[in-house]
Design a protein around this ligand. Structure first.
Ligand code: ZN
Length: 281
């Protein structure tokens, strides 16, 4: 999970920009009257995120008595995400925020969409609120679907607010099979609160990261095979381990919790793997 700088666009500015070209007078009047309620939703979200209180935000289907959820969802789909939409510059600014375009939720996929932390179908006032919009890859967006937390432990990590980048918490272990496989797991720090421990685990499970990383590791093992065989022939298991450890250190300098970092440390530490277990057949 990677941190992103929180966007400095207010919900009010984003919303007013998005609805700036609404031609239907009745719709424009009703939407404009929602501005304060949308700012209030932003304030509530900001005050509750990371405190384990996001799940207490109420779902709603009608806003301000006369705007239905579908109308606010359409403000996002047609007036923010749509090509040439008035809010498209805001959409693009949000989507381009992650370094190298890497999805902050899985630290692996490429960003292709914005994920609503709280889904717009149940929380229409947050449909175009920037702090509720997280750049995401297709798969992470798909796994999340329209689920929302029912308790503090189900609040997934939020890249604008949760920073656990400085310490290693993602680890891996080698399974001694032919071909070898690698399993990934979260090892929470003792210093983390019980809530943070639960949220990191829930995040890992919600986005099926163990499965994703194991699949990617299998490709890596295959790609590395010839190289490792060559090193093993000349320098034995010690040479293989040294090569893999250097790769781990290099990856760790960029991201302590990428699956590649966890992968390289795990295989470098595994005597069986380094002494020929790496062979895929
Ligand atoms: Zn992702």
């Amino acid at each position: 999970m990677k941190v992103i700088t929180k966007p400095n666009i207010t919900a009010k500015d984003a919303f007013l920009t998005c609805i700036s070209k609404v031609k239907n007078v009745d719709l424009k009047t009703r939407l404009t009257a929602c501005v304060n309620l949308i700012s209030q939703a932003e304030t509530e979200f900001e005050s509750k995120i990371t405190k384990g209180d996001i799940h207490t935000i109420c779902k709603e289907q009608i806003v301000n008595g006369n705007v239905i959820a579908k109308e606010l969802k359409t403000v996002y789909t047609d007036r923010m995400a749509g090509t040439n939409a008035p809010g498209r510059t805001i959409y693009d600014k949000l989507i381009l925020a992650p370094k190298n375009g890497i999805c902050p939720l899985c630290s692996h996929g490429h960003v292709s969409t914005l994920d609503h932390y709280l889904p717009k179908s149940d929380f229409p006032r947050l449909a175009v609120v920037p702090i509720n919009l997280i750049p995401s890859c297709f798969d992470c967006n798909k796994y999340k679907l329209t689920t929302s937390p029912r308790k503090p432990e189900e609040e997934t990590l939020h890249p604008y607010y949760d920073n656990i980048e400085d310490v290693q918490w993602l680890y891996a272990q080698v399974n001694h099979t032919t071909p070898p496989t690698v399993s990934f797991f979260v090892k929470p720090l003792d210093s983390w609160s019980d809530l943070l421990k639960a949220r990191v685990q829930h995040h890992f499970q919600s986005f099926s990261l163990a499965k994703l990383y194991t699949k990617e590791a299998a490709v890596y093992i295959s790609d590395l095979n010839q190289r490792l065989q060559s090193i093993h022939s000349s320098s034995g298991a010690i040479g293989v381990s040294e090569y893999l450890r250097n790769e781990a250190i290099s990856r760790c300098a960029v991201d302590k919790n990428s699956w590649r970092t966890a992968f390289y440390f795990a295989v470098a530490d595994d005597d069986w793997f380094c002494d020929g277990g790496f062979q895929i057949s």
